[in-house]
Design a protein around this ligand. Structure first.
Ligand code: FES
Ligand SMILES: [Fe+2]
Length: 388
């Protein structure tokens, strides 16, 4: 065996291969949508670290899952690329194979494919026998941003990777979190993230507590493909300046005003504005593994202030642990129709998000251009200083 070849590691499965497969993996997504709709948008499929750490060469191949499909991620031909993880010969997983220079070789019968997905070698062919023209891989749009590998399976709506200016800003300290898989649809996770009225209960003692259960109604703006609003303060149990760590005691202080930005449909940025010069920004995107499971990619950036990574990660860990059982308990797992649930004024951001999502889903029936049009529809309730 040639030691220069990394033969891959089929014994290192990402954790979502262990997820119980939903009864209908290509079934109904949030608000009755289909996978075709979600293919129009960019989704992170792995962290750059996961790709680099997966095989000894640091270039993959790595198998991941997006919208019920196996995806092959590989650094080949000078760029990180994504293909359908499906060998055109007999349908085995190419991520079980290995890289040889800038080609990937299938573990089953050894066919080789280059960085454009074209088959360059079929070892069983005799002299003069041609490689079949249909022997090529399906390719997907692939980019690296914020140390995440993003994939868009359908480029017809010309959607963009959501912005996050704090990444790469030298005044900011950015910490990549460990992605987490939850048995909930991506939409359920977004709604959980943008909901503040659950703080006093789900996060009692961490981000709030009764009797402080009422929040002013926010002005919610729909602009430039983003839903944006500002909240006033939250009650928290982190006294003094210990604003990042786990709850320290019953002496409550207030978390600062916060700005929420949802890059439609699934990317949420939450900015805590501690002062004019100090902020913490949390980025989160739940990638639909399928209609009923999502894997959330996240990181946090904060103004350099001497706080440690551990402080930031510890608070996130507590909050996520508190959220998980609630979010995993939703029935149905994917969001149904608004009329099937009961909403109150505090649900305003969620209701606005569902309304816009519903408009995008309907526009997708008329093609990618219509989706772009629906993304650019503006409804302004207030002039908001976004602060990023
Ligand atoms: S299945 Fe890939 S080479 Fe045969
Ligand atoms: Fe929560």
């Amino acid at each position: 065996m040639n030691d220069s070849i990394d033969h891959g590691s089929p014994v290192k499965p990402p954790e979502y291969r262990q997820v119980v497969t939903p009864s209908d993996p290509l079934g109904t997504y949030d608000l009755g949508s289909k996978a075709e709709f979600w293919r129009l948008f960019w989704h992170p499929v792995c962290t750059l670290h996961e790709l680099r750490a997966h095989c000894s060469g640091g270039r993959g191949p790595l198998q991941t899952t997006l919208l019920g499909e196996r995806i092959l991620v590989v650094d080949m031909g000078g760029a990180v690329r994504a293909f359908s993880d499906h060998c055109p010969h007999r349908g085995s997983s190419l991520s079980l194979g290995w890289l040889e220079k800038d080609t990937i070789r299938c573990r089953y019968h050894g066919w080789c494919f280059d960085s454009t997905g074209v088959c360059t070698e079929v070892p069983s062919l005799g002299a003069g026998e041609a490689i079949p023209a249909r022997a090529r891989l399906s390719t997907y749009d692939c980019q690296v941003a914020y140390d995440l590998v993003w994939v868009r399976m359908d480029g017809s709506a010309k959607t963009e990777i959501p912005r996050f200016p704090a990444w790469g800003d030298e005044s900011q300290v950015c910490i990549m979190g460990q992605p987490y898989l939850w048995p909930a649809s991506a939409g359920r996770r977004v709604e959980n993230f943008i909901d503040v009225s659950h703080f006093p209960y789900t996060h009692q003692g961490t981000l709030g507590a009764p009797p402080l259960t009422q929040f002013p109604t926010f002005a919610v703006d729909q602009i430039a493909g983003e839903l944006r609003w500002k909240t006033e303060t939250f009650l928290a149990f982190n006294p003094g300046d210990a604003t990042y760590g786990p709850p320290a005691g019953p002496d409550s202080t207030m978390l600062p005003p916060a700005t929420y930005i949802v890059g439609m449909p699934l990317t949420v940025v939450l900015i805590f504005n501690w002062s004019k010069d100090k902020a913490t920004q949390i980025f989160m995107h739940p990638t639909p593994i399928d209609s009923e499971n999502c894997r959330s990619y996240w990181f946090t950036c904060h103004t350099a202030d001497g706080s440690t990574d551990e402080e930031h990660l510890a608070l996130q860990s507590i909050v996520l642990t508190e959220d998980l059982p609630v979010v995993a308990s939703h029935l149905p797992r994917a969001i149904g129709q608004l009329r099937d649930e009961v909403s109150v004024p505090a649900d305003k951001p969620v209701v606005f998000w569902r309304r816009w999502l519903w408009e995008l889903i309907r526009a997708s029936e008329d093609g990618g251009t219509a989706v772009r049009g629906a993304l650019s529809v503006e409804r302004i309730e207030s002039e908001l200083e976004v602060g990023v």
